[in-house]
Design a protein around this ligand. Structure first.
Ligand SMILES: [Zn+2]
Length: 279
């Protein structure tokens, strides 16, 4: 297969990278790179010119912004597809639309699409009662993360909103993956990572709750109580709040000496069942 025939690959879950086979096609000029990253974040969606200008010139666009944008689009098309004859008006991937643009990608060409597909499939597996399969899919989704999303564009401040949304999706993924690990009774494998997450994201109460359960599964009930005391302290000092009902309920169960049960809803043949795992 000739290099030119290989599909472009876009990656946003780490530094922004565009490749075609072994060749790097990431624009080096920062505005061009930002433009392409913005379109990749909204692949297969119409993105209005006005929105692109607002995001690329967040401190106020100069009069020449639209003309500059047209220049960037042409330059980006040439980087994506060298030898293109009419880069000004058309491109197979970066399409011009009335008053805007659209980056047209197949699902396998963008890590973010693949990531969201895997998460959705994993959630369907949980609903169908197969936490083992779900765990494999969550792990595969996690494997697509190469680091902080759009790390090389973070300093521009243009992507603050997008980056925080992606980071939230990442934390949700971790939470879901620990849920299935705990459902399978593998809490002892999750303790170390959960301790790190609780320290790094002290306001995510679900991580504290999961850590308590993981410690119980590892037969470390006293440490589970200590984890609650730590969560209590950090929530009140950092945010002036008390633990929510789920975390308090977990504390009560651990205190009482009962087996904490972790459960989530599985749906078998349309029936809602509470699937629970005792220690
Ligand atoms: Zn389960």
């Amino acid at each position: 297969m000739a290099t030119g025939d290989e599909p472009l690959q876009f990656r946003v879950l780490g530094t922004f990278e565009v490749t075609r086979g072994s060749r790097r096609c990431t624009p080096t000029a920062s505005k061009q790179r930002a433009l392409l990253a913005l379109l990749a974040l909204h692949a297969n969606e119409f993105v209005a010119t006005s929105r692109i200008v607002d995001q690329l010139w967040s401190r106020g666009a100069p009069r020449s912004a639209i003309a500059a944008l047209h220049g960037y689009v042409t330059a980006v098309r040439r980087v994506l597809t060298p030898g293109l004859t009419s880069a000004r008006t058309s491109h197979p991937v970066l399409n011009t639309r009335p008053s805007g643009y659209m980056l047209c990608l197949e699902p396998h060409q963008l890590d973010l699409t693949r990531f969201r597909q895997l998460v959705k499939q994993a959630q369907a597996e949980i609903a169908a009662g197969d936490c083992g399969q779900a765990r494999e899919m969550f792990t595969a989704a996690l494997g697509l993360w190469r680091g902080s999303p759009l790390a090389d564009l973070r300093e521009t401040g243009m992507f603050d909103h997008d980056i925080s949304r992606l980071e939230k999706e990442y934390l949700e993924l971790l939470r879901s993956r620990f849920d299935v690990m705990l459902c399978q009774g593998d809490g002892h494998l999750a303790v170390f990572e959960l301790e790190e997450l609780c320290a790094k994201y002290p306001l995510w109460e679900r991580f504290h709750e999961q850590l308590m359960l993981a410690l119980c599964q590892a037969e470390r009930r006293a440490d589970a109580l200590n984890a609650y005391a730590r969560a209590y302290r950090v929530l009140s000092s950092a945010a002036g709040i008390e633990p929510g009902p789920r975390l308090r309920a977990m504390h009560q169960v651990v205190l009482s000496g009962d087996d904490p049960r972790h459960w989530h809803d599985h749906r078998h043949a349309g029936l809602r069942v509470a699937h629970s795992v005792s220690l």
